[in-house]
Ligand binder design. Sequence first.
Ligand code: 9MJ
Length: 677
Amino acid sequence: MATSREMARRARELRELIENHNYRYYVLDDPQVSDAQFDALMRELRQIESAHPELADPDSPTQRVGGQASREFREVVHAVPMLSLDNAFSEQDILDFDRRARERLDVAAIAYSAEPKIDGLAITLHYQQGRLVQAATRGDGSRGEDVTVNVRAIRSVPIQLRGRHPPAVLEARGEVFMTRKSFEALNRRQSERGDKTFANPRNAAAGSLRQLDPTITAERSLDLFFYGVGATEGWRVPPRHSELLAALRDFGLRTCPEIDVVDGVEGCLAYYRRIGGRRDKLAYDIDGVVYKVDRLDWQRDLGFVARAPRWAVAYKFPAQEETTVVHDVQFYVGRTGALTPVAHVVPVFVGGVTVSNITLHNMDEVARKDVRIGDTVVVRRAGDVIPEIVRVIPEKRPHDARSVKLPARCPVCNSHVDRTEGEAVARCSGGLVCAAQRLGAIRHFASRRAMDVDGLGERLVEQLIESGRVATPADLYTLTVAEVAELERMGPRSAANLVAALAKSKQTTLPRFLYALGIRDVGEATALALAEHFGDLDPLQAASFEEVQEVRDVGPVVAGHVREFFAEERNRLVIKNLRAAGVTWPVIERAVTVAEGPLTGQVVVITGTLATMSREQAREAARAAGATVTDSVSKKTTLLVVGADAGSKLKKAQDLGVRIADEAEFRQLLDRSGPAR
Ligand code: 9MJ
């Protein structure tokens, strides 16, 4: 049994170890132990403290989350006022700031501490003889609120400063914030519990810091970066701000690792660009950068105007999030007929541009975000990212807000709108009769990777369609030079060039032609696979649903689109006209010829888990034996191979009277020698 002296020593040792690991982890960003090892130390300390209540210490790391949940926050008067910063919004503002400072100081150049401007809440921590005695919010700069119990719950904040000789008084100032990751996790938890979610990390940090119950603050993982000091006693303040920050780090107070010393205004502007470029990659939100004259004697010489120092300025980034109002939602029809809901919002300047239209992508997205016409919404545009509606602010929803309804008919051609069950996207069924799809279809047909018709720009296609001269791609090949020369911004020469380009495009390849048709979900890779498999257009047009599925990487969905496309009379007519106009391609030697073998003529489906081979191996084996292999059971299926846990396909095959073989039988079938040639 350990003596209580030994226990007291071990408790002291553990507290020191734990604080040291915290410092390595948070301040130096260089942990020496794993989370599990750290937790083990905390566990051991808790055990000792509960077995030996006489060893309790309010400053023990186990006691971070303690203290009374007060009913309100006491007011704190700041001995040294907490400053605000002047804002700059342009390079010119920064040039002016630097010029004024140099003129006042009568110096040629100034070194600045350049710091990200953390978008959080300013806070001051009062350490006496190295011990955290009080934490307060900025408030109005003169008076704030006492949030000591909550700040103690922030793990990166030392309760006791490091070092043997801490100042008698040190008021360390910084910004409390929440990382984006913690913010998202918090909002997920909040919505799972049916609690209110926060609009952004800043609000979440503010809400968490001002919790009356510190256990809630503790579970919300707040962070803190220090960037300055208030009152100090018994401490020789270093001569430069950058050195002061280094001293704070030595005390165990975390500073932002992005802080740098830069030379002159050029250095400031380069820093702004550098940080701006990495803004989205940082773990936390920043809303600009701050420049501070690095020499503290120069800071004193420059002094203040009202509450803002003459030695510092905040250069703000354009806001990435703003709120605005949705005044309408309209549906746009794309090349493939997809209907896209687009929110029309009151124009708002966000992320450096004015945004007035925001895509909502599809009806699932509308439902998920529950966007209604009349709603106030948070809009975000970060970097080059397209603007998005982040969320609705439900408290601001007017009584007469209208929900967004998918129109029953295409807004362009009035054909009916299809929404396949389980699919997010709704589509106009009007194919080539829909003008929206016509423009897209013809542009796509002529595009470089399709038929590669040089000089057929959007405006030209629009004119050809509007004049009624061109309704389908086939009509392009009947254009004459004289007709084209009549169009806006066309002369005889460019008209001749276009007609020549059209003539040239007639010599194409089958993959290009198939891609050019704009069949839904048939991109270049699928077009190539279809072309290689069938060799020419006629066998593809004649192919059954099952036969199309034989093509590598083609499943039932794409096979369905291909079949629907060729089943449509109007499409076949367009193709016929294209060929009549002289569009041709060389026939491709079929890469895969149907093998002759014991399963020649059979249409095989494989289902369930096989014991001796994978399903893909089984498909290959069946193909090699001459079979056509498909994914789904139909009237054409002649053989169903069943492995373990077969599902609905077995039932369907039984209903249709399809022959069913188990794995052993299938192997026997494969092993039979092929028919004599
Ligand atoms: C922020 N928000 O990151 C200051 N700040 O300095 C930095 N704020 C500041 N400095 C004096 N890095 C007053 C405020």
